[in-house]
Design a protein around this ligand. Sequence first.
Ligand SMILES: [Zn+2]
Length: 275
Amino acid sequence: MYNKRTNNLSFHKNKDIYYITFPSFDASKLVRHCFTTRLGGVSKDSYQSLNLGFNTTDDEKNVNKNYELLCEAVGINHENLIFTNQIHETSIKIIREDDLTKYNMNNRIKDTDGLVTNLPNVALITLYADCVPLFFLDTKKKVAGLAHAGWRGTVKKIALKMIEVFINDFDSNPNDILAAIGPSIGKCCFEVDSPVAEEFNKAFKNTNKIVYSKANNKFMINLWEANKEALLEGGLLASNITVTDLCTKCHKDIFFSYRGDKGQTGRLAAVMELI
Ligand SMILES: [Zn+2]
């Protein structure tokens, strides 16, 4: 049923867990990856049901169970997950061999919104409720990355900074990098005041596709176009960029939405590991 909602994403159901993948990443056969929905977990009420967030009032036992269910559905070893505490900044951490014993679910990497690795069987994970999930994969050098781009991370161009890490630390050629911009709050629902709109006007060139003026000095922002512009600025080929067409606030039946649920809501996850 969900396939009808989009042409850019693939929906999968394994047992009760629904999750999304990007066809270009699937075709590479280099990664296991997903963006989760809220369907198939054990959490209740506002967190119904696949809540993967830690800093909420949801019972931790439920969150742990949700991780088990997700990992089983996607085929990722629970112990491979590497977590961060996200702060809406642009700090990016490269996961090296000696990090693997340091970080886990209870010991998360501090103050980090981007993760990159070339190690197989290391499952990068970032969490979302309306912010933009960004997926990266260098298919030649076999390097994977995830970034959490809220409006602040989008304006500060974490998308571009991720590409710079690929180039500087892994010798990537931007032509070899696939990117995907996943479900988040869309321009249909992301209304901001003029100081925020002004930040976008300053940071981006094609603002006619990014900032839409409304009555009462309010503006609608297209975070997907803004991140796409940053990816193109980083040298990615337009044909290598998948852009979602699903707004998390418009599809509250399948996604958690911070704005849609007025702050009391669960968290969705982007997960990716090199095989
Ligand atoms: Zn919407």
